[in-house]
Design a protein around this ligand. Structure first.
Ligand code: ADP
Ligand code: MG
Length: 222
């Protein structure tokens, strides 16, 4: 079944890129005064971009079962992810503070570095998004990342002061395609959990609605 989903995602790539190319052609050709048509075109572009994201996640999903496990410097991966997340560049109205409390000396984890990157990127993106949707302009928006060694495992916590997760949602957040976001794919956490488990680790969370959420990733240490 998984294999089939991966194959389908792969096959859909081609027709989707044809549609996207035609949309780009139309965007360049349609005169600016054709507002109504351009509005439709914008929807078409947004929806095809979304379809592309779903296909990418499905492909990633299909591949995520077979990690290439090696001793991996988790702090190095984290640094990379944080630099890409561009936390500081957000506009002043959604200003966000990053707090780091990293273990002074962290042993390598035994995991696929690409998977660790994907997991942390997803968790951090979710944390940032949970704080962006908050109404209060001056609400405290803090993303905290912490690492520590616990026995044979390395623990990474990604915490936010965002909207939190209601008990009803909490039961479903790891389901593929479950999303509460208008432009969400609902595949991030499903992928995170699957990758964590394929690497011999686990993922869990605690949340207080209206206060914030903490996700905890555990991976075997080398
Ligand atoms: N840090 C978080 N704070 C609040 N809600 C979250 C957080 N992380 C995940 N969620 C909830 O879990 C859902 C699924 O997350 P995910 O699988 O990453 O998909 P997506 O981000 O595309 O919605 C989100 O739509 C949201 O409702
Ligand atoms: Mg997500």
């Amino acid at each position: 079944m998984e294999h089939l989903a991966g194959d389908i995602a792969h096959e859909l790539r081609q027709p989707l890129s044809v549609i996207q190319n035609i949309a780009a052609y139309l965007r360049a050709t349609i005169p600016a005064r054709n507002g109504a048509v351009l509005k439709q075109l914008k929807t078409l572009e947004q929806q095809t971009a979304m379809a592309g994201e779903i296909l990418s996640s499905m492909l990633e999903f299909a591949r995520s079962g077979k990690p290439t496990i090696a001793p991996t410097d988790l702090h190095a991966v984290l640094k990379n992810v944080l630099s890409r997340a561009a936390l500081s560049s957000s506009s002043s109205s959604s200003r966000l503070r990053l707090k780091r409390s990293l273990a002074r000396r962290l042993p390598p984890v035994l995991a696929d570095p690409v998977h660790v990157d994907r997991i942390l990127s997803n968790l951090i993106a979710n944390g940032v998004e949970s704080m962006q949707i908050m109404e209060k302009r001056d609400a405290r928006r803090i993303l905290s990342v912490a690492t520590e060694v616990k026995g044979r495992q390395v623990v990474v916590r990604v915490a936010d002061t965002g909207c939190g997760i209601s008990p009803a949602q909490a039961r479903r957040i790891f389901e593929p395609f479950f999303t509460t976001k208008q432009a969400g794919t609902g595949l991030g956490l499903a992928l995170c959990r699957r990758m964590a488990e394929a690497n011999g680790g686990s993922i869990a969370f605690q949340s207080r609605p209206g206060k914030g959420t903490t996700f905890e990733l555990r991976l075997p240490r080398a």
